[in-house]
Design a protein. Sequence first.
Lengths: 508, 510
Amino acid sequence: MDIIQSAKPLYAIAASLIAIVPIGISHRRPNLRETWTILASLVKFSIVASMFPVIFSGKVIEYPILTVLPGLDIKFRVDALGILFAGTASFLWIVTSFYSIGYMRTLKEHAQTRYFIFFAATMAAVVGAAFSANMFTLFLFYEMITLCTFPLVAHKQTPEAIRGARIYIIYLLGSSVAFQLFAIFLTYFTAGTLEFSRQGILSGKGSDVLLIIIFILFIAGIAKAAIIPFHNWLPAAMVAPTPVSALLHAVAVVKVGVFTVLRVIFFIFGTDLLHHLNLSTIMAYFVSFTIIVASVIALTKDNLKARLAYSTISQLSYIILGAILLTPSSMVGGIVHIANHAFSKITLFFCAGSIYCAAHKTEVSQLSGIGRKLPWTMTAFFIASLSMIGVPPVAGFVSKWYLALGSLEAREIPILVVLLASTLLNAAYFLPISYKAFFEEPEKGYAGNSHNDDTHGHSDSHGHGDAPHEEIREIPMIAIPLVITAIISTLIGIYPDYILSLARDVLK
Amino acid sequence: MNIVANLPVLVIIIPLISALLIPPIGRLNRTFSWYVAISATFLSFLISISLLDTVMANGRISYRLGAWEPPWGIEYVVDYLNSFVLVVVSFIAFIMTVYSKKSVEKEIERSKIPFFYSVYVLLVTGLLGMIITGDIFNLYVFIEISSLAGYTLVAMGKKRDALIASYNYLILGTIAATFILLGIGYLYMVTGSLNMGDLRERLPMLYHSKVVLTAFAFFTVGLSLKLALFPLHIWLPNVYTHAPSVVSAVMAATSTKVGAYVLLRILFSVFTVEFDLHSVPITKILLLLSVLAIIAGSVLAIAQTNIKRMLAYSSVGQIGYIVLGAALANQLAMTGSLLHILNHALMIGALFMVVGAIAYKTGIEEISGLKGMGKKMPLTMAAFTVGSLSMIGIPLTVGFVSKWYLALGALEAGMWYFIPVILVSSLLTAIYFWRIIESIYFGSAESETGHADYALVHNPHPVFGNRGDAPLGMLIPTLLLASLCIVFGIAAFIPVSVATQAAVMLLGAN
C-alpha cells in the first residue's frame, strides 16, 4: 500500500482549532463571530474532501507529529475508515453551524461565544480521532472530546443541566480512565506497540485469557459507543441545546465511540484473532440485547429527544454488530451505517430542535397536527424516520440490507430475527410521530401544562404555555439545514456505491 | 579559585550566606530582602542546571569539602539522580520566590518580612543540602536545617491554628530526625563510616547484623515520617492548611519530594536493591503502604471542604505514587517514580499557587466559595484547570506520563493489580478536582453575595471591586508552572531521559 507523507490531516484538525481565537476575539460582534465558524467549517471540509481522491486511489496519508515517549507517538494516518468518518463529521459541521446560528439566536441563548468555541474545539478533536494512526492518539482525542463537549452539555447552567453534564462526564471520563486506559496499558505491554495495523497487533501475543480481558476492557472503556449498560450518559446529555444533541448523536461523541470500537476490532485485534478467540458470537448477542432493549425503551418515551436518544443507542449497536459478525457483508453494513445513521439522525434532531424553536413543544403527544404548520420539518422527519426503519430508498436500507446479508453469511438466524424485530420496533416508535403530525387534528385550547417534561429537554426557561397565540411557522435558518441532510440521506440511499466502495477499502 | 570546580558547594553556600545577609539588609529596606532571596535561589537554580549538564556529559561529580579525602571528609556527590532532583527543587524554589512577593506582603506582618525570607532561604538551603550531600551525617544536619526552618515558616501563618500545626509538625519532625540520627549512629557503630559510597561497599557483609537491620528500620520509619507516607502523614494536612500560602506551596512541591529522594538514596544507594528485595520485606511493606496512601489520600481529599486541606490530602496520595514506583524496584517503575517527583512538584506547585492567588484576591479558602471564579480570575483558573487535568492524568499532561511509567512498571513486575489502584485513584482524583472545575466555570452566580460575606468575615482587608486575575508577579509564575505541566507532558522525553539514567543507576551497580 502506498503511503504519502502530507500535513493535510494536521491542517484539517488545525482549521477549527485555530478558529477558536478569532471566534473568541470577536465575541462582541455575533455576525463576525459566526462568520469565523462558517469559514472554519468550510475550510475544514475542503481539506478533508481534498484527501478523498488520494484515499480512493488506494493510498494512505501519514503524518507523524511527535513522539511523547517511546511507543507513544502522536501520529496521523488517513485511511478509508478515517476519511469516511472525518468526511461525514466535517460536512455535518457545516450544516450544524448554520443550524446552530438559527437555533441559538431564535432562543436567545446565553454564552454563545463559549458555545461556538467549544463546538469548534470538539470538531478538531473529532477529526483528530478519525485520523489517529495509533491507539494513544485516538485515546488522546477521545478524552479531548469528552472535555470539550462538557461545556456544551452543561450549556444552560441550570442545576438540571449541571446534573446531566455530571452524569455525562462520570460515565465517559470514568469508563475511559478505568477501563480503556487499562486496556491500552495491557495492549502496549503485550504487543509492544499501539500502532493500528490491518492484521491486528495482538495476534500471536499473550494468552487467550489476557486477550479476552483486553477486549472486554476496551468494550467497557468505550462508553461513547453507548452499549447497554454503559448508555445512561446519553439520555442524561439530552439537557444540552438541540444542535449539540444533534452533533453528539450524529457525529461527535457516539460515532467516535463506535469508530473506536471498530478500530479496536479491526486494527488492534484483527478479524483473524477475533475468530480465533470466538468472541464474535457472544459479542453479537450482547449488542443485540442493546438493539432490542433500547428500542423498547424508546417506545415508552414521550419526550421526543429522549426517544431519539434511545433510538441512537439502538442504532449504534447495529454498527458494532456489523463489525463483530466478521463477515464481509456485515462489516460493510456496519461501516456504511456510520455515515447513514449520521445523516438520518442529525436530521431527526434538527427536526426536534425546529419543533421546539417554532412551537416550543418537546413531547411527542403534543405534536398533533404540527405537520401542517411545519411541513418541511415534518417531511424531513418522515424521510429520516424511514431511514431509521430501513425502508428503501433511504440510506438506512443499505445498511440494513448488508447487515441482514451478513447475519446470513455468519449463519446466525437469531441475529437476523433481531434485525427484523428492531425494524418493527423502529417503525412502532417513529411512524406514530409522523402520523400524529400529519393526520391528527391539533388539540384545541392546549394549555401546555399537561406534559411537563422535567428530565429531558427544554422546559426551563421557555414554558410551552404561550404557544397558542404565537404563530407557528418554519424558521428558514433552521429548516434549510434539515432539508439538506434529509435530501442527502435519500441520495445516499439511492446512490450508495460511493460509500460502499469506501467501506470495502477499509476491509482490504 | 576555580568557580566551576566548586559549583557543588556553591549551590549550598550561596543561599546559606544569603540567609544570613537578609536580616541586616532587610533593615535598610524590606523589599531588598526579597531581591536577595530571589538572586540566591536563581543562582542556585543556574548552578543546578550547570551541574545537571556536566553530569549528563561527564558522569558523576565528586566534590571534597575542604579537600579532605572521603570517607574521612565530607563528600558532595552529584549524579544523575540528585542533579535531577536538584534542578527540580531549585527551580521550584526560585519560581516560588518570584511568586512570593505580593502574597508575603499580604500574609506576613511587615516587620517580619526580612525574617521570613531569611528562614525561607534557609529552608531552601537545607533541602538543597539534603539532595547534594554524600555523607549521611551531613544529611542529618541538612534535614534539621530544613525542618527547623519549616517549623518556623509554618508558625508564621495568620491564624492561631498555625501554631498548633507547627507544634505538631515540630514534635513529629523531631521524632523523625531522631530516628534518622539513631540509624546513622548504628551504621557508624558497625562500619565506622559516614560516607554513603563507602557504606555501600562496607554494608553487604554486615547485612545479617541485627544492628544494620535496626538502623535500616529507623531510617525507613524516620524518612517515611518526613515524606508523610500514609499512615505517618498526620502532621501534613494541618501544616499545608494553616501555613502561609507561599510556604504551603513550597513545602508541598519540594519538602516531601526531597524526603522521597532521601528515602530512595538510603534504600538504593546506601543499601542495595538486593538487600531491599531479599533480605528484608521492605518493598512489600512499602508497596502496601503506598497503595493505602494512594487510596486513602484520594478518598480523604474528596471529603474536604477547605481547598488547601484537599490539596494536602491529595499530596498524601501522590506521595504514594512516588513510593509505589520505588518499591516496585524495576526500571520502568523507578523512572515513573522519579518523574513523579518532578511532575507532582509542577502540578501541586501550580495548584497551591492558584490557591494562594485566590486567597490574595478574595480571602476565600473554602471550596464552596469558588463558584463562578472562572469569570473573575480567568487566567488563574485556567492554570488551576491545567493543574487539575494533569492530576487526573489526562494524556499530554505530566500526570499521564507518570502513570504510564508506573503502570508499565507494575506490569513489568508482574503485579498487574496495582494498575486498578492507579486508575481508581485517578477516578477519585477526577471527582475532587472536577467538582471544583465545575463550580468555578458553571457554578450559578446566585450565591455571589455569599462569597462577599464569607470573605469579609475571614479577611480583614478585602480587595473587592478588584475583579480580575492575581497581580502579574503572582500570575506569571503560576502560569509558567501550569504550562510546564503540559510542556513536559508533550516533550516528556526530556525529563524521561534523565530519569531513566537515574533509575538505571539506582537499580544497577553504583
